[in-house]
Design a protein around this ligand. Structure first.
Ligand SMILES: Nc1ncnc2c1ncn2[C@@H]1O[C@H](COP(=O)(O)OP(=O)(O)OP(=O)(O)O)[C@@H](O)[C@H]1O
Length: 465
């Protein structure tokens, strides 16, 4: 029995010849690739063809630096330092894991050997797992602030002609994968419409991820959108973090307040919209995503373009199907239906039916609603808490609407005396103070600056229990 460097010969293995060694190498399941000092591929085993799908004969004699210029083996020819770990092969678009080491003849490096396996599937699975985990975190974050929003167009309150036209167009575009741009003042229901589009699309079972572009600080928005790799910056979470684009993979991303995104970020966003791929912060590997984009803004993008604050090319990319939502003051025919919906919701919370007095109905029709549907909802929520009975009167409305209450009296030349008007305003202020101080009478009294005797006298007079 003779002994080699790491081998012995026996009667079954009388010699370790070339043929036997090549046979062994060819049957190893991992790719084995050998290059010489000018990166010419001098050997590739059969796994190379099986795993990479390229016949061995096609690569032998070709230079690796022309095929895969970023390959670790090329760097090893220069440094002589073995490496191991995961890598991404640009030329084939696959993820691999393995190791490479230099070959020496005396002191000089004559080549390099790489062994690796394809882990694209594992990387994909890991990505799905990361997406699921990220999604769970995101949903947890959102759960507390999640609004009860209508689920589809059927539940979307809106009978006004303009709104109906918008809804019909929205329902049509929902069936496609087109980018949608929702325009309208704050509180007009842009997010509700975005959800309705997503929920009526074929992506409805996949995530709808919202990004409020105005709420994220400029230095964080890139990592929020695209995620980051492990150690991308100081304070970065270990293991990296998935961005909103990856969370939205296969689903929809809702870019709210898009007009507030910085000019630099607009360029990066445009690239993603065009190429459907991006890199994480601190990463080099391109990540492909399949997403539908819905953007919304209350800003005048056309003026912003003229002022150089919004990119024209991004505008064209986003404005494929614009959906305009009319402000509430121009769709007053919807006010009562919306009010009824909200009162129905609040009635469940307070435990009794709620209706509007004729004065309140009149006032709602006259009022301008600068905060649109959100303002209407908030006003009714306030009134439903303050009102002990079933009928919501003017004095149940929030204090900030009180100047308008005076207008109302003036306009209609209401027969109420000044005394009555003051009394109704005073009653409202007391009720508001009680709500603010969670029914703590002493605190409400102090806040209003009344003495105890005057305060309790007024409670009695106004029938406040
Ligand atoms: N058609 C509707 N039916 C029922 N509720 C609605 C409708 N439209 C809006 N709302 C309610 O009004 C509130 C404001 O809506 P939403 O957040 O969609 O407005 P927005 O235009 O996105 O506001 P912003 O520009 O401030 O983000 C929400 O609480 C929503 O539930």
């Amino acid at each position: 029995m003779s002994v080699g460097v790491h081998a012995v010969t026996t009667s079954d293995f009388p010699q370790w010849d070339r043929e036997l060694l090549f046979h062994i190498l060819d049957n190893i399941h991992d790719v084995v690739l050998v290059i010489d000092s000018d990166t010419t591929i001098v050997y590739a085993n059969e796994a190379y063809a099986k795993i990479l799908g390229v016949p061995v004969a096609k690569v032998l004699g070709r230079r690796l630096d022309k095929i895969e210029p970023k390959a670790a083996a090329i760097e090893i020819l220069r440094t002589g330092k073995p490496t191991s770990g995961a890598d991404y092969l640009d030329s084939l678009g696959i993820d691999v894991v393995g190791s490479s080491f230099p070959l020496y003849n005396g002191d000089s490096i004559i080549g390099c050997v790489s062994t690796f396996k394809n882990i694209t599937e594992v990387v994909e699975l890991n990505r799905e797992l990361q997406q699921t985990k990220g999604l769970a975190d995101y949903l947890k974050e959102q759960l507390e602030q999640w609004e009860q929003l209508p689920l589809s167009f059927k539940e979307y309150v809106g009978q006004n002609r303009n709104v109906k036209e918008t809804l019909v167009l929205a329902a049509k575009v929902a069936r496609t994968d087109s980018t949608v741009l929702i325009r309208g003042e704050s509180g007009v229901g842009k997010e509700v419409l975005a959800r309705a589009v997503h929920n009526s699309s074929r992506r409805k079972d996949m995530p709808l991820i919202k990004v409020n572009c105005a709420a994220i600080p400029e230095d964080l928005i890139e990592s929020e959108l695209f995620g980051y790799e492990d150690g991308a910056f100081t304070g970065a979470k270990k293991g990296g973090k998935l961005g909103k684009f990856e969370l939205a993979h296969s689903g929809t991303i809702f870019l709210d307040e898009i007009g507030d995104m910085s000019y630099t970020m607009q360029a990066k966003l445009l690239r993603v919209l065009q190429e459907k791929e991006f890199e994480r912060v601190g990463g080099t590997k391109p990540i492909k995503v399949n997403i539908r984009v819905i953007a919304a803004t209350n800003r005048d993008l056309e003026s912003m373009i003229k002022q150089g604050a919004f990119r024209r090319d991004l505008y064209y990319r986003l404005n494929i199907v614009p959906l305009n939502l009319t402000p509430l003051r121009e769709r007053k025919d919807d006010i009562l239906a919306l009010a009824k919906t909200f009162l129905g919701q609040f009635a469940k919370e307070v435990g009794h039916e709620l209706i509007l007095s004729p004065q309140v109905v009149g006032f709602f029709q006259d009022y301008d609603w600068p905060g649109n549907i959100r303002e209407l909802q908030n006003v009714l929520e306030h009134a439903s808490i303050v009102c002990n009975g079933m009928i919501i009167e003017m004095y149940h409305l929030p204090a900030q609407l009180i100047p308008s209450t005076f207008d109302q009296y003036d306009k209609t030349k209401d027969s109420s005396s000044v005394k009555e008007i003051i009394a109704s305003v005073e009653r409202e202020l007391i009720l508001s103070a009680l709500v603010t101080h969670k029914n703590n009478r002493t605190k409400a009294m102090e806040a209003l600056g009344f003495s105890r005797r005057v305060f309790y006298d007024k409670l009695r007079r106004y029938g406040i229990k």
